[in-house]
Design a protein around this ligand. Structure first.
Ligand SMILES: Cc1ncc(COP(=O)(O)O)c(C=O)c1O
Length: 396
């Protein structure tokens, strides 16, 4: 039986149209976009076109898109670049502190950690059990020293969409800039940076059927940034280094496809996600719970906890049956760490340990969902039976 891939939050397969768009830039169109001759200018033109496509997906102006080497790099540029720039203003308006949330991806949390502690205060707002940033706590943390507030658009483990409009309102009322990591939301939710009012927004190509190793940071015109990678004047001096032309072209094509398919795909994928959830909740008889508010989520993701069943073991059992899912846990050097997101939401240890993330994509089918439901039910049942046996009988 063909494998079932339900880990699109980790990465998505490259769309064949994206590959087709990229290939000429890995072969005959190999020019350096900074070269003045026509070979170079062909590559420059392709980058300009890709920039316009990514800008269109986000409701930004072309000049406000900075291509980076990943979503992680775009997060680093936003967190460090904007905070450092705001703290070095010489006109008496300098602000040096960063406020983020405990729900953030490690790309944001570890960028924040890298800021010099003697120069920048970093604080993290608590999360609610529903998986949203606690707005009261956030409000308490933002003050006249806050340079930047960073709250993700949608969480990568639960899919919960954050109240970004309120975050923007709170930050603006105290004169701080706002960044949102929209890596999981891009292409799944209509995003218009103008309406949203954020100053900085991160996107990543490989989450929308584009290539790995390409990200983008929206930087609202007039926002001061300190570049992290120094060298040539590429990306208007905000990100030096010869551009990954094929990757950027692929990102542009993926953005164009995502924009064209967003309305249709998001409704279909949400329907399948809901089918999966309903079937597993019904079969679980109260032993299966949804992590995070089911009412405010991107279409593709659900985090479920299976009481008394280690998520890791369930993942392995499903993998052996040809179904790829993920635990909320990030594995560091072979030692699985419990999910910082689910812990931040205040979930019990049992719920955190028994969690599994299913993330669907535009290619997911009803047959795959039905097969997954059956496989999960069989695996959970088998594990519970094994657990109920007296110690001496176990094995094999
Ligand atoms: C919310 C979020 N931010 C940032 C990243 C990092 O993006 P990239 O893999 O392009 O470095 C990810 C990737 O999983 C993510 O889910």
């Amino acid at each position: 039986m063909p494998p079932v891939y339900l880990d699109h939050a980790a990465t998505t397969p490259l769309d064949p149209e994206v590959l087709e768009a990229m290939l000429p830039f890995l072969r005959e169109n190999f020019g350096n976009p900074s070269s003045l001759h026509r070979v170079g200018q062909r590559a420059r033109g392709a980058i300009d076109e890709a920039r316009a496509r990514v800008a269109s997906l986000l409701g930004a102006r072309d000049a406000e898109i900075v291509f980076t080497g990943s979503g992680t790099e775009a997060d680093n540029l936003a967190i460090v670049g904007a905070t450092v720039a705001a703290s070095s203003r010489a006109d008496g308006t300098a602000r040096s502190d960063l406020v983020a949330s405990t729900l953030e991806h490690h790309a944001v949390l570890n960028s924040a950690k890298s800021l010099d502690r003697s120069a920048h205060r970093v604080t993290l707002a608590r999360a609610t059990e529903a998986g949203e940033v606690d707005l009261d706590d956030l409000e308490d943390l933002i003050d006249h020293t806050t340079a930047l507030v960073s709250v993700m658009f949608a969480n990568n483990e639960t899919g919960v969409i954050q109240p970004i409009e309120e975050v923007v309102r709170l930050a603006r009322s105290r004169g701080a800039l706002v960044h949102t990591d929209a890596v999981q939301a891009t292409g799944k939710v209509r995003i218009d940076v103008g309406q949203l009012g954020v100053d900085l927004l991160t996107a990543s190509a490989h989450k929308i059927h584009g290539p790995k190793g390409v990200g983008a940071l929206f930087v609202r015109s007039g926002t001061r940034m300190t570049a992290l990678i120094r060298g040539g004047s590429q990306e208007r001096n905000r990100r030096a280094g010869t551009e990954n032309v094929a990757g950027i072209v692929g990102f542009g094509k993926a953005a164009e496809l995502a924009q064209a398919r967003l309305a249709r795909d998001s409704v279909r994928v949400a329907g399948l996600r809901d089918d999966l959830e309903r079937a597993l909740l019904a079969a679980g008889h109260g032993a299966v719970t949804v992590n995070g508010s089911p009412d405010r989520r991107i279409c593709s993701t659900t985090s479920l906890s299976f009481a008394g069943v280690p998520g890791e073991d369930l993942l392995i059992a499903l993998d052996l049956g040809g179904i790829a899912v993920s635990t909320g846990a990030a594995c560091a050097a072979g030692s699985p760490e419990p999910s910082h997101v689910l812990k931040a939401m205040g979930l019990s240890r049992d719920r955190v340990n028994g969690s599994l993330r299913f993330s669907l994509g535009r290619g997911t089918t009803k047959e795959e969902i039905d097969r997954t439901v059956k496989a999960v039910m069989v695996a959970v049942e088998r594990m519970r039976r094994k657990d109920a046996q007296p110690r001496g009988v176990r094995g094999g």
